[in-house]
Design a protein around this ligand. Structure first.
Ligand code: ADP
Ligand code: MG
Length: 271
C-alpha cells in the first residue's frame, strides 16, 4: 500500500490504457466550497475498483463528478483516453458509462420490464437481446417482470437498478453503495453478482460502506478522506495496512466479524 500520490508514479508508471480516469478533480455543489479537492482514481481494463472512506469523504461526489452530475472545476475525467470532463450524463451513457446511484434508482410506478426498456431507450433494436441477457443474469426479475418496481424488496430493487444500467452494455459501471441497506446474505449476493458482471468484461468502480468485504473482492481500492484519495493499493494491501485499519477499518472490524458469523448461520440455515 502506498500513499496514492506516490502510487500514481510508482505502481503504474507506464500504463496508458486506462478505461476511466479522474485526474486531480476539484468539484463541489456550491460556489467556493470544494468537496473534491484534488482527487484521482484510475481503472484499467478488467478491473473492479472499490472506493471506501468515512461518511462525507466525497465518495458519491466523485462518482457524480465522473458521470457529469457535479460540475468539475479543475482536473480531468477521461474515458479510453478521451476527455469526457463535464459531458452530460446522457452523452456518457451513449459512450458506454453506466451509473447506478445509491437511491431513487428505479421508476417505482413502472413495471420491472418497463424499467428495463427505459434503460435502452436509445437502442430499441437491441431490446429483445438485452432483455434476455438481463433475465438470465437476474432470474428473479424475470419472474416478476410485470410487477411494479415499487413492490420490490431492497435487494431486488438494487438488482433492477443494476440491470437497467446494464441494458446499454456499458464498458464501465459506476455503482454507489450497491449493498447498502441489504441483509448480510443479500449483500454478499450483490458483491458476487457484481464480480460476475465485472468478469464478463465490464470495468466496475464501486463505492462501498462494507469496507472489508469490498477490499476482499475488488482488485484495487481507494480510501477517500476529505475529498482526496488518501491511500490506494490492492484490496489485500489496504485491508492489512495498519494505518488503513486504524483509520477506516478498525471500528468496523467488530461489525464485520459479526456479519460474517450471521452469514455463516444464514447459509447453514438454508443448506
Ligand atoms: P460520501 O458519499 O463519501 O458519504 P458525499 O460525496 O455524499 O460523501 O458528500 C460529501 C460532502 O458533500 C458532504 O459534506 C455533503 O454534505 C456534501 N454534499 C453532498 N451532496 C450535496 C448537495 N447536493 N449539495 C450540497 N452539498 C452536498
Ligand atoms: Mg455516499
Amino acid at each position: 500500500m502506498t500513499q496514492s500520490t506516490e502510487a500514481a508514479g510508482v505502481a503504474t508508471p507506464d500504463r496508458d490504457d486506462a478505461v476511466i480516469e479522474a485526474k486531480d478533480i476539484v468539484a463541489g455543489y456550491l460556489p467556493g466550497v470544494n468537496i473534491l479537492d484534488g482527487c484521482s482514481l484510475v481503472a484499467y481494463p478488467g478491473e473492479m475498483i472499490g472506493i471506501i472512506g468515512p461518511n462525507g469523504a466525497g465518495k458519491s461526489t466523485l462518482l457524480k463528478a465522473m458521470f457529469g452530475l457535479v460540475r468539475v472545476h479543475s482536473g480531468q475525467v477521461t474515458l479510453n483516453g478521451n476527455d469526457i470532463t463535464n459531458l452530460k450524463a446522457n452523452r456518457l451513457v451513449e459512450m458506454g458509462v453506466g451509473f447506478v446511484p445509491q437511491t431513487n434508482n428505479v421508476f417505482p410506478t413502472l413495471t420491472i420490464e418497463e424499467n428495463l426498456r427505459m434503460g435502452l431507450y436509445m437502442r430499441p433494436k437491441k431490446l429483445t437481446e438485452r432483455l434476455a441477457a438481463m433475465w438470465d443474469l437476474f432470474p428473479v426479475l424475470h419472474d416478476r417482470r410485470n410487477q411494479r418496481a415499487g413492490a420490490l424488496s431492497g435487494g431486488e430493487r438494487q438488482s433492477l437498478a443494476m440491470a437497467r444500467a446494464l441494458m446499454m452494455e456499458p464498458s464501465v459501471l459506476l455503482l454507489d453503495e450497491p449493498s447498502a441497506g441489504l441483509s448480510p446474505v443479500r449483500q454478499d449476493e450483490t458483491f458476487l453478482r457484481t464480480r460476475h458482471i465485472n468478469k464478463t468484461g465490464v470495468c466496475v468502480v464501486m463505492v462501498e460502506q462494507n469496507a472489508r468485504r469490498c477490499l476482499q473482492i475488488c482488485d484495487r481500492g481507494y480510501v477517500l478522506d476529505q475529498g482526496k484519495d488518501a491511500y490506494t493499493g490492492t484490496g489485500r494491501e489496504l485491508a492489512k495496512d495498519p494505518k488503513v485499519i486504524a483509520l477506516y477499518l478498525g471500528t468496523l472490524a467488530e461489525d464485520v466479524n459479526k456479519e460474517r458469523d450471521d452469514q455463516g448461520a444464514a447459509h447453514e440455515g438454508t443448506a
